[in-house]
Ligand binder design. Structure first.
Ligand code: DX5
Ligand code: ZN
Length: 217
């Protein structure tokens, strides 16, 4: 089953609680939460207090994507804010193995995200330690960018790597995903789909989430 994770980066920030309730009621599987620090990426979004403030609006999985430098400094705060999965960028931390263990020590799931230019080989020795790999299909920082076509091969290569090692981690894709390329990323091996602008800028959000979910039919 393919899971749909709308990114609230494209939601109405003045009504974040209501927006989260809306995607929940429409049948999303996770809430994808993009944290940016203006340093690892050029954009700034929000941090633990905002996440905490929307936690009571849904029981769905809070999938927290940290686009921040040295994320180890803030893991505890994001756990306390209500994260169920924390994904860190391999490029943003020196001790990747250590931070994955640290995240999991709180009893939540740990993911690793790779920028488009980062090779899969950074995962070679941590395959036992990851619950999810996030393949960035745009350069992180902003919603509404175009999918980078070279990422199809990267998703396929990760999927092969996963099968070869008999692993069960999720393969998440994030950036530029819409109904036009949904099937192709799923065929390549992705099973968790992040979509921001394609969902929140749609004419009818509820219908659009149904459209995304129909990949499972
Ligand atoms: C980009 C973020 C994404 C973003 C995707 O840096 O990680 O989650 O919200 O937005 P779309 O789906 O509009 O490309
Ligand atoms: Zn994201």
């Amino acid at each position: 089953m393919i899971k749909i994770a709308p990114s609230i980066l494209s939601a109405d920030f003045a009504n974040l609680g209501k927006e989260v309730q809306r995607i929940d009621a429409a049948g999303c599987d996770m809430v994808h939460i993009d944290v940016m620090d203006g340093h690892f990426v050029p954009n700034i979004t929000f941090g633990p207090p905002v996440i905490k403030s929307i936690r009571s609006f849904t029981e769905k999985t809070f999938d927290v994507h940290l686009m921040i430098e040295s994320p180890e400094r803030y893991i505890k705060e994001f756990v306390e804010a209500g994260a169920d999965i924390i994904t860190v960028h391999a490029e943003a931390t020196t001790h990747l193995h250590r931070i994955l263990q640290y995240i999991k020590s709180f009893g939540i799931k740990a993911g690793v995200s790779l920028n488009p230019g980062t090779p899969l080989s950074v995962l070679d020795y941590i395959l036992d330690d990851i619950d999810m790999v996030l393949i960035m299909t745009v350069n992180p920082g902003f919603g509404g960018q175009s999918f980078i076509p070279a990422m199809y091969e990267k998703i396929k290569a990760l999927s092969t790597m996963k099968d070869m090692h008999n692993k069960t981690f999720d393969i998440q894709v994030d950036g530029g995903i819409g109904l036009d390329n949904l099937k192709r990323v799923v065929d390549a091996g992705a099973n968790v789909i992040v979509a921001g602008s394609a969902i929140f800028n749609a004419e009818d959000l509820e219908v659009q989430i149904e459209n995304f979910k129909s990949i499972n039919l």
